[in-house]
Design a protein around this ligand. Structure first.
Ligand code: HEM
Length: 418
């Protein structure tokens, strides 16, 4: 298959073959042009340095002109605009307006708030583990990895647990609509189906919070004004959906992908059992290794040059994060999973003005979940086929069947000062 077909094929990304392609492209054609039927085409950017340059330069490379969801033709761009709220969603607004919108929702995700809430988060994570069997088989993705970030983000947004299952289904459709397992029609129908339901849910809950004194981000959005103007309902809804989806669709992939890496590298798991203080660095490596975000887009705002190529105004730029995160110019032994890696300059959370707002929260969730896993079980064994989502956008594991063996006597890792 030709490189341009591979880059557009969600199934190609489900078997890990993209890493070899990216290794080749970083050397042979690091800023690569793909033509598309609508004549617009797009650039693929593979090197860590070039991707970082783009992420840091919002004036030259916009998140707002067509959003950041990777689209390869105008039909997809129209769907993405309706789904994501281009120009209204914090992730798809350029500075300086972006700064004001980000400020409205950022308080619960700042380091001080996270540190204050750590015990509450630990309890939520513990409750998800309590619902698992002490021994026996589980699907580590469905029974654990998806439920932890869901519990945490719903707690932060003060949303009821009763809608978890629906939200998980809508989230899979919205983000993973290219995977046949989640489809309820064409890819476009599936994506819009998921988004419309999430939007209706967010609208219902945010409308009920107008005038309320709570401090969660949903209430903050419902009552916020920027430059003296209250936010429109669509802006509130798009930002609420962004937080909900960003909150659970990526963290689950980092945690489950990281656990798989540990099961495949028992010496690394042993390092964590030996000294759980290593979990902070390990969480970072789990994000680098699992690459939850596969690609994001920017649009050039002017004629410019990148990696020796002439980029024209309005050209679409596809940024391939797994390629940046295995770039040997930045990472020694990029294909070794190393829980002690430091520094770890991965771009898994992005860079620049749109750097992931929830990055510290995601790392805390992964660390707390790993503490529970190490405390409660001393044997975890893969028992069946590991399946990955078919997507060129957000990727990760769909199923990870494992057998758990409970610890005979469980010392509390969580009580040590990690
Ligand atoms: C391992 C888990 C996560 C990964 C890999 C991840 C990845 C990313 C990346 C790459 C971006 C940059 C987007 C861009 O530059 O266009 C981003 C932005 C964002 N993330 Fe995350 N994310 C994770 C978890 C979370 C969580 C838990 C939240 C919770 C609310 C969150 C909320 C956001 C928001 C609101 C933005 C947009 C920030 C802005 O535009 O200023 N993320 N994330």
């Amino acid at each position: 298959m030709h490189v341009d077909e591979q880059l557009n094929d969600p199934a190609f990304f489900a078997n890990g073959a993209h890493y070899a392609l990216f290794d080749r492209m970083r050397v042979d054609d690091p800023v690569h042009w793909t033509a598309s039927p609508d004549g617009r085409g797009y650039w693929s950017v593979f090197r860590h340095a070039d991707i970082k340059t783009i992420l840091n330069d919002a004036a030259r490379f916009s998140s707002e002109r067509e959003g950041v969801f990777p689209v390869i033709d105008d039909a997809m761009a129209a769907i993405a605009a309706e789904a994501w709220g281009v120009g209204e969603n914090v992730a798809m607004i350029d500075p300086p307006r972006h700064t004001a919108v980000r400020k409205v929702i950022s308080t619960p995700f700042l380091p001080k708030a996270l540190a204050d809430g750590e015990e509450r988060t630990r309890k939520l994570v513990g409750e998800i583990f309590d619902a698992l069997p002490a021994q026996g088989e589980i699907d580590l993705v469905a029974d654990l990895a998806v439920r932890i970030p869901m519990a945490v983000i719903c707690d932060i947004l003060a949303l009821p647990t009763s809608a978890w299952d629906d939200m998980l289904t809508w989230g899979k459709q919205a983000i993973g609509g290219s995977d046949p397992e989640y489809q309820v029609g064409s890819v476009a129908d599936t994506v819009l189906h998921g988004f419309r339901r999430l939007q209706a849910y967010a609208e219902q809950h945010s409308a009920a919070r107008r005038g309320c004194p709570f401090s969660d981000p949903l209430t903050a959005l419902a009552n916020a004004s920027i430059d003296g103007q209250p936010l429109t309902q669509s802006m509130i809804t798009y930002n609420a959906v962004q937080i909900i989806l960003a909150g659970f669709e990526t963290t689950r992939n980092a945690f489950s992908g990281g656990v798989l890496a540990l099961l495949e590298n028992p010496a690394q798991m042993a390092l964590l059992r030996e000294d759980p203080r290593r979990l902070r660095l390990a969480a970072e490596e789990m994000v680098r290794w699992s690459d939850p975000v596969i690609s994001l887009m920017r649009v050039a705002t002017c004629d410019t040059e990148l990696g020796g190529k002439q980029v024209r105004e309005n050209d679409r730029m596809m940024l391939w994060f797994p390629s940046a995160n295995r770039d040997p110019e930045v990472f020694e032994r990029p294909y070794e999973f190393d829980v002690t890696r430091h520094p770890n300059l991965h771009l898994g959370f992005g860079a620049g003005p749109h750097f992931c707002l929830g990055g510290p929260l995601a790392k805390m969730e992964i660390r707390l979940a790993m503490e529970e896993l190490l405390t409660r079980y001393d044997g975890i064994e893969i028992t069946g086929p590991v399946e990955r989502v078919q997507s060129t956008f957000v990727g990760g594991l769909k199923h990870l069947p494992v057998k758990l063996k409970a610890r005979a006597c469980a010392p509390s890792v969580g009580q040590t000062s990690i």
